[in-house]
Write a protein that binds this ligand. Sequence first.
Ligand SMILES: NC(=O)c1ccc[n+]([C@@H]2O[C@H](COP(=O)([O-])OP(=O)(O)OC[C@H]3O[C@@H](n4cnc5c(N)ncnc54)[C@H](OP(=O)(O)O)[C@@H]3O)[C@@H](O)[C@H]2O)c1
Length: 296
Amino acid sequence: MGSGRVGASIAFLCVSNALDDVLLVNRNKNKAIGEALDIANAIPENSKFSIHGTDDYSQISGSDIVVITASVGVYMKDRTENIVLQVKMIKEIAQKIKQYCPSTIVLIVSNPLDVLTYFFQKESDLPRFKVIGIASSLDTSRFRYLISETLSVPQSSIYNALVLGEHGDSMVPVFSGVTVGGNPLFSMIDSRDSITEGVRSYWKKLRSFKSRSQFGIAKNTFDVIDSILHKKEITIPASVVLEGEYGENDVAMGVPVKIDQNGICEIQNVKLDDTESSFLKKSSEKIRNYIKSIHT
Ligand SMILES: NC(=O)c1ccc[n+]([C@@H]2O[C@H](COP(=O)([O-])OP(=O)(O)OC[C@H]3O[C@@H](n4cnc5c(N)ncnc54)[C@H](OP(=O)(O)O)[C@@H]3O)[C@@H](O)[C@H]2O)c1
């Protein structure tokens, strides 16, 4: 749903890897058809799958996975800028999914990510483990990249890099478990401040060079779709409505989850140091406040 930059990039990966049939649903029908016609030329010769575009939601009926990348407009300074309209949109989409494919797995990509994951799950009545917000894995890719650039080491030498919490300014890079070449990251850096700031503001830096990000989130989303369809378990940080995990209720935020063919099968506990725990508490409070601001 949504065949803009991100939706089209995810579709391109799915189609070019012959993952499954893809349907692009867009508010503007012509955009969906145009992207589908373009991406269709990336179907491998031996693929049995195809891609089509439409503005007709009823065609999603029978979908195994729905990926939501729809967005009413572009935010400039903060992911929550269009929060009221985005929540309205996600509730409308939730009603369509309830109507046409109520047993699907839903991957939310649209922003503000955690707030939309929360409202989609509540509005759709889908089990919370079938509604997965994909963003913390992208933030983790950015965290790994910045560690690698800061220390001039390959990403393959970095283990246990993880970002939790809000997909926003309060996100929490977890430094305490990270090792680089077998040594604790803490023994190689003076402070966590500059990498933390770099991860949180990565999108702003990127936007000073190109309009918006698309490829990192596309690959992270593709990996989840691939693991679900091919029944390969994957463990990533992702947003999910919490019911007591990490001491949180009535909020969705990025936590480590194991995903199998049915959606999330486990929320994992990771050890955090005191700084990380207190940052995570602040992050959940921030998301909860956004959620409450919509209720009132
Ligand atoms: N989770 C992450 O880590 C992450 C990373 C990057 C981006 N994002 C988010 O992903 C979303 C998409 O980004 P983008 O750059 O692809 O934006 P974009 O290029 O503006 O695409 C959004 C698309 O959604 C369509 N749309 C709007 N309302 C719709 C509806 N109700 N049903 C179906 N389609 C609808 C728009 O249609 P029109 O053609 O009619 O305008 C547009 O084609 C944004 O919310 C962005 O913030 C998330």
